[in-house]
Design a protein around this ligand. Structure first.
Ligand SMILES: [Zn+2]
Length: 267
């Protein structure tokens, strides 16, 4: 089995996780910028984080033979501080040309607040001006549907945005169609706690088709499983999906989406 882990917060993980992922067939890992579990105090905290994501974590991953890529932004939780968000947005261009930066992400909404929406729109503008791909986080609270609708509308209203270069992540049964019908890619995140179990994920693949879907573990500092993607592949096998279909979903799809930027290369 081979796969690409397209959404993992490796700075929060131990080296044994890297070993386990590589042994399971992982060929590349992508790490969107996210919330650290606490609000950072200043723009310099983000500068250090972006240095970690573009300089230090790729070296750490390389020790396990794993290509490491990243996406940059200020996440929606910290976007409530609009002054800080503006400072971070002004700094991001310094890092965009670094070799492992794939685009802007994971931007999006958490509580669907006005400040979050304003900062989301500023990220979209930055991505459009710099021709960057976009990775979007959708809210985990009960207003996921409303948040996903807001996100899809904002993206569709900006004519500079090419839907096929945007992935809307953390979709569930009631939001996957919203993203896919508008031409975006969609990500299914396998969380131990919110119970998007392997059977539920593969049900979604069977309902919506695998054309523009990827699977990810989104492992971070919380309760999460860095091996959720290969474990879900085993569920596909159990249901009788072909090895070709499994490879297409967990390796071919992320490869196709991410290869739209020439920076994504796994040799
Ligand atoms: Zn994430």
């Amino acid at each position: 089995m081979r796969y690409i882990e397209p959404h993992a917060h490796m700075v929060s993980r131990v080296t044994g996780d890297y070993t386990a992922m590589v042994v399971a067939g992982c060929r590349a890992v992508c790490e969107p910028a996210f919330w650290a579990g606490f609000d950072r105090g200043s723009v310099e905290g983000f500068r250090d984080y972006f240095s970690q994501l573009t300089e230090h974590e790729p070296k750490r991953a390389a020790r396990f033979g794993l290509p490491h890529f990243t996406w940059l932004c200020i996440n929606s939780k910290e976007s409530e501080n609009v002054k800080l968000a503006d400072e971070v947005l002004a700094m991001i261009p310094e890092f965009l040309d670094r070799p492992n930066v794939l685009g802007i992400g994971e931007i999006g909404l958490n509580k669907n607040s006005r400040n979050e929406i304003a900062v989301f729109e500023k990220h979209i503008d930055l991505a459009a001006r710099r021709e960057q791909m976009i990775l979007v986080h959708t809210p985990h609270l009960e207003d996921k549907l409303k948040g996903t609708r807001l996100i899809v509308d904002i993206l569709k209203n900006d004519r500079r945005i090419v839907p096929g270069r945007v992935l809307i992540d953390h979709v569930e049964e009631h939001t996957a169609g919203l993203a896919l019908d508008a031409g975006f890619w969609a990500g299914i995140t396998l969380y131990p706690e919110s119970k998007c179990t392997p059977p539920r994920a593969i049900d979604m693949v069977e309902v919506f088709g695998a054309e523009r879907l990827w699977l990810n573990c989104a492992c971070d500092w919380g309760n999460s499983d860095p091996l959720a993607v290969p474990k879900t592949a085993l569920e596909m096998r159990r249901r009788g999906h072909s090895e070709e279909a499994i490879d297409n979903l967990i390796f071919g799809n992320p490869l196709r989406f991410l290869s739209q930027t020439p920076k994504f290369s796994i040799g």
